[in-house]
Design a protein around this ligand. Structure first.
Ligand SMILES: *[C@@H]1O[C@H](CO)[C@@H](O)[C@H](O)[C@H]1NC(C)=O
Ligand SMILES: *[C@@H]1O[C@H](CO)[C@@H](O)[C@H](O)[C@H]1NC(C)=O
Length: 207
């Protein structure tokens, strides 16, 4: 009896950990209707990670940026850049995002990575990602959700054209996410406040 109780507690504990780290929810993924199309040209360019719903290892948790380049037929060439907090060296994960026919705001992302698997595990992997909302000039909200029988796992990112967004916009975006029953309490501020200009110069140089 005691043993049984213990295992229940452990399971509950694990689930709450899982919820915190990966975004676990009961029931299927929220139904999000497709209301818009994406102007591929306007979405291209450089984006800074502002917030995300899951932990990255401290090792790579700084200065995550995203570059979108227009490819043929509404596709994007994608690169996700991160800087190692330990070495200052940055890494790039590359892939391609292909809009789906059913929903032009839903992209199939395929990773074409040069990173070690350990690091790569913490970056967006191959799968479906939805552009929940963007105004092209300030913010981009990306959502990914996978159904596993009676639960779902999801991930949220807020990206900005600058490395921070103002409080009013943040609360508008939180309201939007809450409207879709997406839990904003899980969002974690990305560590991008110590990305020096030097670093971005280096990035330009790299290309
Ligand atoms: C997309 O945006 C570009 C650049 O602002 C504009 O020239 C083009 O007309 C837009 N395309 C559509 C289909 O609205
Ligand atoms: C910013 O980076 C410098 C140099 O790497 C480091 O000494 C400092 O502690 C960092 N500051 C913050 C707030 O992370």
């Amino acid at each position: 009896m005691l043993v049984k109780l213990h295992s229940t507690i452990v399971i509950v504990f694990c689930f709450s950990q899982l919820k915190w780290t990966t975004g676990f929810g009961l029931g299927p993924c929220p139904k999000i209707e497709n209301t818009r199309t994406i102007n591929t040209t306007k979405l291209t360019g450089h984006w800074f990670e502002i917030e995300r719903s899951f932990y990255l290892m401290e090792l790579i948790s700084t200065c995550v940026t995203l570059d979108l380049n227009e490819n043929a037929r509404g596709r994007f060439d994608v690169s996700v850049n991160t800087r190692s907090a330990w070495t200052g060296i940055f890494s790039i994960s590359e892939g391609i995002a292909i809009p789906t026919k059913v929903d032009p705001t839903l992209y199939l992302y395929k990773v074409n990575s040069r990173l070690p698997r350990l690091i790569n595990r913490y970056l967006p992997g191959t799968g479906f990602y939805k552009v929940l909302k963007t105004d092209y000039n300030n913010y981009l909200v990306v959502y990914s959700c996978t159904n596993y029988q009676i639960i779902h796992l999801d991930m949220i990112w807020i990206w900005g054209r600058k490395n921070e967004i103002d409080a009013e916009l943040r609360s508008d975006l939180y309201a939007l996410l809450n409207k879709y029953d997406i839990d904003t309490e899980r969002l974690i501020l990305s560590k991008s406040n110590n990305c020096t200009d030097e670093y971005y110069d280096d990035l330009d140089y790299y290309y």
